[in-house]
Design a protein around this ligand. Sequence first.
Ligand code: 13P
Ligand code: SF4
Length: 317
Amino acid sequence: IAPDAAWRDEVLELARRQDAVILAHNYQLPEIQDIAHHTGDSLALSRIAAASDASTIVFCGVHFMAETAKILAPHKTVLIPDERAGCSLADSITGDQLRAWKAEHPGAVVVSYVNTTAEVKAETDICCTSSNAVDVVASIPADREVLFLPDQFLGAHVKRETGRRNLHIWAGECHVHAGINGPELAERAAANPDADLFIHPECGCATSALYLAGEGTVPAEKVKILSTGDMITAARSTSAKSVLVATEIGMLHQLRRAAPEIDFRAVNDRASCRYMKMITPTALLRCLREGKDEVHVDLDTAKRARGAVQRMIEIGK
Ligand code: 13P
Ligand code: SF4
């Protein structure tokens, strides 16, 4: 199906008739971002899902995001246009692995990135997203051990920012962000000396960016470690004429909309998440026509996960 005017009209009319709100993550295809009622990062979309008075949420993103919406709004119908849209990072720790890790650190506070399954969230004390991970960890008394999972690069960022030594980090990663590496970033930064660097903390190159700043190759104020939502805010306020962006390439669409005068370039233009791109115009239309795929979270798991997710949406900006 072509994302033409007829497609657009039918999607919006079906959503209206079903009292559905369409949410799209910043990594979605441009045509999906453009038709959504709201776009945003994981934290913003969770907050919108929790506050929305629509009876149906159509989540254009990956499965853990739709599950998070269902945990926060158990009485709403939550749909995802393709339930096969998973996440390699969420797959990097299972409930059993987390239970075993907790048993090795009794009394530790478990902080899970929102990129986790509902089962893992049910074993968690506080969830976080990339935009509030530092605030969440800073909210925990300094003498308590913290288990941070599953992303090792976000974990390293939080450890650097909080200076916390009693933070243990799981060795998971997102295959898309881990592939945006330091040498590639250094090369791009050297070729574009006036550019700002917008770097998602899940990236393998986040540490290298700070190293480049530390050795003076790039002015420190040009290196910004940001969630996808915070990249949009930074784009609106920077005076830079060009920005190198280290994250999934879907992000470029919102950035270019927010600041059309800036030249945004991907550090790695192959950094595309195949799961995010499963949400096609055809899949979205089928979802609204057929009410599929519906997301279910078993009631007991949802109940155990809800407190951790609620704490997440309350902490930080
Ligand atoms: P944010 O939008 O919260 O920065 O998350 C990025 C991500 O990788 C989601 O899958
Ligand atoms: Fe998961 Fe990475 Fe895709 Fe985000 S970009 S959904 S973390 S696999």
